[in-house]
Design a protein around this ligand. Structure first.
Ligand SMILES: Cc1ncc(C[n+]2csc(CCOP(=O)(O)OP(=O)(O)O)c2C)c(N)n1
Length: 563
């Protein structure tokens, strides 16, 4: 047992967890931690706002599939983290948020910069710790990583009072820990997998709905094997986008509020739906009472609390979806093949719907439309390039028109829908994969929220490309006002936006404003090749809408195709 301060023990414990980066910003209540950082091998990334620190840790976690770490001081530093913590919670992303707290004797006295951050984050963390003596810190760190990364992943908070950071005592770093009352299920019940298998083999038009759980558990090859073995088409939830290569013949793309027409149509024609790591969110399934009505619905998920929450199901396989899928694949008889005719029918039906809707989806007259721009991005970005998005039309266009080829290379704030998430998260993703280009598909409103992270991208040499679909509007809200409020626009015009090229250059980034597809092509090639932080400002028509569209409260059958 070695003797050290609580702050030094924190850093040593993080090193033992093989943490590579800490995204954070110091203050009075975490000064001892920042002092201990000086002697640490872990690289600290100084952010310009704590919200971005949490998003960076989240982006890192989603690509590395390992918890990301962020630091903030007490009070406002800690509350600034909350949006990022809630975002990670909604998308089951593992982050460890370490906050400073006022010293123990000051707690409850309205001390300077005191906030009950444990109380504040209680509903949006998997667990929160507050050590009362320094010797508790190593075990709490170990438990935090275990809780954050196991079962259904999520954020964990460690709130450390300043005097506990300073206290010097003997420290014991446990090799193994057990958390009482927390036993995530890993291996699913074989009889339920058998039952699910029978249902799938009996079905004539089975369909797979892959969710974010496939990405979290890294079950990409298992999903593909299963789909190919049985010729089952795959739709994805928005969080599951990229769980299955979108250029695969069996891929129908995303379903839901802004899903592909063929995915939304064909999921209604299935006679058995196998949902894998998906939570049947309202944005994905539309009306709960209509989705999968009168057919077998099978649910594979790691979180027992998800079973039957939004949708009652006919078979439930609870456990790590990667290992459940492996077992399922083994149960499929060697000589079993779905009727070739059936898979041909599926594919021709897909073509029929695609052709029908291609014609009815409105095209816009400007040379650069969001759709064309995104197709160009796909053409130029290497298959393993990583894409994140902001929130709004930019996000939904990305869902519809940007095909993910390499599984796990796309993510977005899907559960909370946090504007300002994509850009810092893309910097976190770049930290996790410095060897590939990373692009944030942004709207101007969202970029405005965290654009000061340009400083971090440039100075820390974590260069990302901001692909700015600039309609000078809070576009998605404007689209809703156009559609549901008779064009009574309110609070959506982004007046007095900065010149994004000058803004980027003032931070030391590269910038291009493009007014033709040719210029966009060139700018993208330069950005990808140079590996320098870049903003590409792409002016688009403020009236360009996102279609198809399933209005809230309606079902997938009520999909609106165009204005
Ligand atoms: C933090 C936050 N505030 C408000 C909203 C509500 N909201 C959803 S989309 C949107 C507009 C987004 O505008 P922009 O980023 O410019 O993207 P666009 O829709 O124009 O592509 C707003 C305000 C949100 N999702 N997040």
């Amino acid at each position: 047992m070695s003797e050290m301060s609580g702050a030094a023990a924190l850093m040593a414990a993080l090193e033992k967890e093989k943490v590579e980066y800490i995204f954070g910003l110091p203050g009075g209540a975490n000064l001892p931690i920042y002092d201990a950082l000086v002697d640490s091998k872990i690289r600290h990334i100084l952010v310009r706002h704590e919200q971005s620190a949490a998003h960076m840790a989240d982006g890192y976690a989603r690509i590395k599939r390992k918890a990301g770490v962020c630091f903030a001081t007490s009070g406002p530093g800690a509350t600034n983290l909350v949006t990022g913590i809630a975002t990670a919670y909604a998308d089951s992303s593992p982050i460890i948020a370490v906050t400073g707290q006022v010293a123990l004797p000051m707690i409850g006295k309205d001390a300077f910069q005191e906030t009950d951050i444990i109380g504040v984050t209680n509903p949006c963390t998997k667990y929160a710790f507050q050590p009362r003596i320094a010797s508790e810190i190593p075990e709490m760190v170990k438990k935090s990583f275990y809780i954050a990364e196991s079962g259904r992943p999520g954020p964990v908070l460690i709130d450390i009072p300043k005097d506990v950071q300073q206290q010097v005592t003997k420290m014991d770093f446990p090799e193994y820990i057990k958390v009482r009352g927390y036993n995530p299920i890993v291996d699913a019940d074989l009889s339920e997998i058998n039952k699910a298998c029978e249902m799938i083999l009996k079905a004539e038009k089975p369909m797979i709905m892959a969710g974010g759980g496939v990405i979290l558990s890294g079950a990409f090859s298992e999903l593909q094997t299963l789909a190919e073995l049985l010729s089952i088409p795959v739709v994805t939830t928005f969080k599951g986008k990229g769980a299955f290569p979108e250029n695969h013949p069996l891929a129908l793309g995303p379903i839901g509020m802004h899903g592909h027409a063929e995915a939304n149509k064909m999921v209604q024609e299935a006679d058995c739906i196998l949902a894998i790591g998906a939570r049947f969110s309202d944005r994905t399934v539309g009306r709960f009472d209509e989705f999968g009505k009168d057919i077998n619905v099978i649910h594979f998920d790691v979180d027992p609390a998800e079973i039957g929450k939004n949708k009652s199901v006919n078979a439930a396989v609870i456990g790590d979806v990667k290992s459940s899928l492996r077992t399922l694949i083994k149960l499929i008889p060697k000589n079993f093949r779905t009727n070739e005719e059936i898979s041909k029918l599926w594919l021709s039906r897909k073509r029929e719907i695609v052709n029908y809707y291609e014609e009815s989806i409105k095209d816009y007259s400007r040379e650069i439309t969001a759709k064309k721009a995104l197709k160009k991005l796909r053409e130029i970005l290497p298959a393993d390039g990583i894409v994140t998005t902001e929130v709004g039309q930019c996000q939904m266009w990305a869902s519809l028109h940007f095909d993910v080829i390499s599984p796990g290379t796309f993510f977005s704030s899907t559960g909370l829908g946090t504007m300002g998430f994509g850009f810092p998260a893309s910097i976190g993703a770049k930290a996790a994969r410095t060897d590939v280009p990373v692009v944030d598909i942004a709207g101007d409103g969202s970029f405005n929220m965290t654009e000061n992270s340009l400083a971090v991208s440039v100075l820390e040499e974590l260069p990302v490309i901001v692909f700015l679909l600039n309609n000078q509007m809070l576009g998605m809200v404007a689209q809703w006002q156009r559609t549901f409020y008779n064009r009574r626009y309110s609070g959506v015009h982004q007046k007095n936006c900065p010149d994004y090229c000058k803004l980027a250059e003032s931070y030391g980034a590269q910038a291009h404003r493009v007014s033709s597809m040719d210029e966009l092509d060139k700018a993208l090639k330069v950005a990808v090749k140079s590996n320098i932080a870049t903003v590409i400002d792409i002016p688009i028509d403020p009236d360009e809408d996102v279609y198809p569209f399933v209005a809230p409260g309606t079902g997938l059958k009520d999909m609106i195709i165009g204005a």
